[in-house]
Design a binder for this molecule. Sequence first.
Ligand code: CO8
Length: 265
Amino acid sequence: MANHYELVDLTVADRIATLTLKREKQLNALSQELLTDLDAAIGEVSWRIRNDGDVRVLLLQGAGRAFAAGADIAQMKDLSAPLAESFSQLGQRVFTSLERLPIPTIALVHGYALGGGMELAMACDMRIAAEGTKFGQPEVTLGVVPGFGGSQRLPKIVGQGNALHLLLTGDSIDANEAHRIGLVTQVVPAQELSAAGLQVANRLLQLGPQALAGVKRAVYEGAELTLDAGLAFEAARFGMCFATEEQQEGMAAFVERRKPSFGVN
Ligand code: CO8
């Protein structure tokens, strides 16, 4: 099944949704129109998770030479301060709705992930990069700060020191350096990027969707809490797992020395 928005493709096959940015000529620069299509496509994925149950993992990639080379500079160059703020809020809202999907999301990053492009990749749970990919937050070189969540998500992913280095210098780093600082979890040859994404996705499909959704909530919501509140949140979610068939199946399979089977829809 494939749904075509103008600037984003959504395909679903074998319970894996793939979102592809397709503004190739502008290296998938994130224009208002692209963000609007991305918003709609994420909304469709969310609807299908809730209603059809036929989507369990999401892959996000860019068509052409790049994942995404940032927010559309030509489009935002003459914005007034209030409009710039609302453009920033639009991107933030779309990226947060991506992050809050209750399924694992994996960014498959190649070419460039700069500015808003890197911020989009950071709104996914995992990032796999093609060798040679350039990552960076060059906003300071344009006289601005990040506007799609970079100043908030980057320190959480790579630590404040690494984040400040990237944010203050605006320097780009390559995929290997991104791996070293923990921005990406895997670096593969470009021609193996899709296969690497599918491999991780297929492993995730073998696991219980409720447990995966629970891990995401514990990590993302826990990050907003004090340690004590986060631990309480985790304990409550841990308890809730024991009212699920997933827990019964997972633990029964362990003691019976067999592979668990987590009810495939
Ligand atoms: N915005 C608009 N157009 C872009 C962008 C962009 N970010 N990046 C590339 N393009 C366009 C180019 O203008 C060019 O278009 P055309 O063919 O019509 O001239 C086409 O894509 C191809 O680009 P290049 O010819 O430049 O390709 P190169 O291979 O020579 O260079 C680079 C590739 C190095 C990636 C180069 O394009 C570049 O430096 N791009 C800009 C990178 C950048 O600075 N990104 C950060 C943008 S700022 C940002 O993302 C802030 C996010 C928060 C926004 C908050 C809202 C208020």
